[in-house]
Design a protein around this ligand. Structure first.
Ligand SMILES: Nc1nc2c(c(=O)[nH]1)N[C@H]1C(S)=C(S)[C@@H](COP(=O)(O)O)O[C@H]1N2
Ligand SMILES: [Mo]
Length: 347
């Protein structure tokens, strides 16, 4: 696909997946959104020079080379990766951060090894509770703060992949070559790229990227007291038609995707009257844990004019996507039905 990415900043590189590419279940590597806090390494590291260190609250610290990783049993998982701030710019009340529309997301099939297999090799010490990840990208800005993040041990042991492959290709340079963490179903911030250091800890790691950002807090609230952003929120997006598209009268195929992080999307409904009445959309294609589901709905329009459609997802716990997002200072997790409405014209 020749669609071009919507670049929000060049250095660091932050760019959205092109809208038309959100219609495919797989998001191709070359159009997969980019989110960086620091500098993307200039070129691919020599695999012979790369080592993954595992230490901290372990019985035996390890140093793993790439060959060893490749010889371990391979794990494959589909996973929709979304930046915590995706859809931020669609919020009615402005929030600071990159002005993502709907393209701070993509879905891929990832190949690698389960983190639990490596942790089992190292052996967990009695006080092991958290797992911190560090990559070798260089920080930008005066403060030179490294992007270091930790996740709770339960997540590390249950559903965290260390991926060296993305959609059947070696992990591309800008997506973390040669290895990245993927806390399946959790936002991008929990998925450290260019991974070369894993530290098992008693407490969560501290620092700017854990305590000041990627937390849900309000104006005047101390960020540290806000909840850490983990699982993606339940959300549906309309990928066709596009906002302000002009279409001929007749049958209009509405397309979209829905995702729920660690939960399963059970149902997607469409409303053309701002939520007074809802009709079920039909799912199409794969239904995999941690991955989005595509849906369609055929809408017959026999009069020219302006039309607004909204979509609403329901998860396996019966929870519904909210009509309006809950605002927070950094605009994370915008999954509001109304914020994602699409208005188009028929002539
Ligand atoms: N080492 C490192 N890992 C990182 C980041 C980073 O800046 N450095 N950004 C994170 C954020 S906020 C997101 S949303 C995802 C984006 O992954 P992608 O660029 O492969 O889409 O990577 C995460 N992992
Ligand atoms: Mo992110």
């Amino acid at each position: 696909m020749n669609e071009s990415m919507r670049v929000m900043s060049e250095r660091p590189l932050n760019a959205e997946t092109p809208k038309p590419c959100l219609k495919s279940w797989i998001t191709a590597n070359k159009v997969f959104f980019d989110r960086n806090q620091g500098e993307i390494p200039e070129k691919e590291i020599e695999l012979a020079e790369w080592l993954l260190a595992i230490d901290g609250e372990v019985e035996v610290p390890l140093s793993i080379d790439f060959e060893t990783l490749l010889r371990m049993p391979k794990a494959i998982a589909a996973n929709t990766l979304e930046c915590s701030g995706n859809s931020r710019s669609l919020l009615a009340r402005k929030a600071s951060g990159n002005p993502w529309t709907t393209g701070g997301v993509g879905n891929a099939v990832w190949g690698g090894v389960w983190l639990r297999d490596l942790l089992a090799q190292a052996g967990l010490a009695p006080y092991a509770r958290h797992v911190a990840f560090e990559g070798f990208d260089k920080p930008l800005g005066k403060a030179q703060i490294k992007f270091i993040r930790s996740i709770p041990l339960e997540k590390a042991m249950s559903s965290t992949l260390l991926a060296y492959e993305m959609n059947g290709e070696p992990l591309p340079l800008k997506h973390g070559f040669p290895l990245r963490a993927l806390a399946l179903g959790w936002t991008g911030a929990n998925c450290v790229k260019w991974l070369n250091k894993i530290t098992v800890m008693k407490e969560p790691v501290t620092g700017f990227f854990m305590d000041e950002v990627y937390r849900i807090f309000n104006e005047g609230q101390d960020p540290k007291t806000g909840a850490v952003v983990t699982s993606l929120s339940l959300k549906s997006i309309i990928t066709q038609p596009e906002v302000d598209e002009i279409l001929p009268m007749g049958s209009i195929t509405i397309l979209g995707a829905a995702y729920a992080g660690e939960k399963h999307v059970e149902k997607v409904e469409i409303s053309t009257d701002d939520g007074n009445t809802w009709r079920p959309a039909t799912f199409i294609g794969p239904d995999e844990p941690f991955a989005w589901r595509q849906w369609q709905y055929v809408y017959s329009v026999s009069q020219p004019g302006s039309y607004t459609i909204i979509s609403r997802a329901t998860d396996s716990d019966g929870r519904q996507q909210p009509m309006q997002a809950t605002w927070n200072k950094l605009g994370y997790g915008n999954n509001g039905v109304r914020e994602h409405r699409v208005t188009f014209r028929v002539r």
